[in-house]
Write a protein that binds this ligand. Structure first.
Ligand code: CP
Length: 329
């Protein structure tokens, strides 16, 4: 999987998964993203790195954060951006997804951000894309959501840069979460070894050992002295039958509530990829508490997606003169 993501020089070609991405490359993405974060009180940076390029958002599943921040990121890089409305596209007339790809390529697409319900869909697009076209996985089934994983570790690094000594608890429906997979792989690569996944047994991954995480149904044990507590939504769209027998029991036992968070470090930072379901995996008070990074995660998604697209387009590493912001428009 990693090979198709990198070109012969080891530079980013497509972004399909964080699994196997070299540490140096992840660090380069995070450093480049850092250069795109506006100074406090300053307007967003707009740079010419993707001028003349066309980015297509091709989302076969709904999204608020990812689609919108890809659009903002592409516009801040000066690209032309097309948001395909798949629900009203010719897919409804039976067009195959790859024929949609070829059609949009013929219009001059350079980069696609692809979200799809099927595991492996982004890799299929990448394997069939034209040589000059790059595919960024914006979430495929329960497999991967690499820009979310990268924005998660970027957000963590801005507050707790000592990845080696971090205790991370990921709570909720880990088994069906593409975010959990991508964040765990990125954390591992950056040196974090103490990662616990917490939830009822049906929400714990079967491959916990292979993933290198400690799985537990005991919330007190899983959250014990955790520095980062990340909640996850129940991915009902990927679960057959009743996802949950009793929401109140689930919220009491596994929700990010003040009672459950009392087991974590007093300074624990709260994260969640969104969308949140209040009263299920988190309370509104916790989601918008002083220790919550949830909205910062959303904001950081712009810088991370700018960094990924800029690097794919062959832009120079951060800090070089031709990354100079355009005059604000
Ligand atoms: N975190 C995330 O992927 O959110 P959206 O589904 O709103 O894009």
């Amino acid at each position: 999987m990693t090979d198709i993501q990198l070109d012969a020089d080891g530079q980013l070609r497509h972004l399909l998964t964080t699994e196997g991405l070299p540490r140096a490359l992840i660090t380069q993405i995070l450093d480049t993203a850092e250069s795109f974060v506006p100074e406090v009180g300053s307007p967003p940076k707009k740079v010419p790195l993707l001028r003349g390029k066309t980015v297509f958002n091709l989302f076969f599943e709904n999204s608020t954060r990812t689609r919108t921040t890809f659009e903002l990121a592409a516009k801040r890089l000066s690209a032309d951006v097309i948001n395909m409305d798949v629900a009203t596209s010719s897919r409804t007339k039976g067009e195959d997804d790859l024929d949609t790809l070829y059609t949009l390529q013929a219009m001059g697409a350079d980069i696609f951000a692809v979200r799809h319900p099927d595991n492996g869909a982004a890799a299929r697009f990448a394997a069939n894309a034209a040589p000059h076209v790059a595919i960024i996985n914006a979430g495929d089934g329960s497999h991967a959501h690499p820009t979310q994983g990268l924005l998660d570790v970027f957000t963590i690094r801005r507050h707790r840069p000592d990845f080696e000594n971090l205790r991370v608890a990921i709570v909720g429906d880990v088994a069906h979460s593409r975010v959990a997979h991508s964040t765990i792989h990125a954390l591992h690569t950056l040196g974090t070894t103490d990662i616990r996944v917490v939830g009822p047994s049906r929400f714990l991954p079967e491959d916990a050992e292979a993933l290198g995480v400690r799985a537990t149904t005991n919330t007190a044990e899983g959250l014990d002295q955790a520095d980062i507590v990340m909640g996850l939504r129940i991915q009902r769209e990927r679960i057959e039958g009743d996802a949950l027998a009793d929401v109140e029991d689930y919220h009491r036992d596994f929700g990010l509530t003040p009672a459950n968070l009392a087991h974590a470090s007093r300074q624990a930072l709260i994260m969640h990829p969104g969308p949140i379901n209040r009263g299920v995996e988190i309370t509104g008070d916790v989601a918008y508490s002083a220790q919550s990074l949830i909205l910062e995660q959303v904001r950081n998604g712009i810088a991370i997606r700018m960094a990924v697209m800029a690097m794919i387009a062959g832009a120079p590493a951060s800090g070089r003169a031709d990354n100079t912001p355009l005059a604000q428009t």
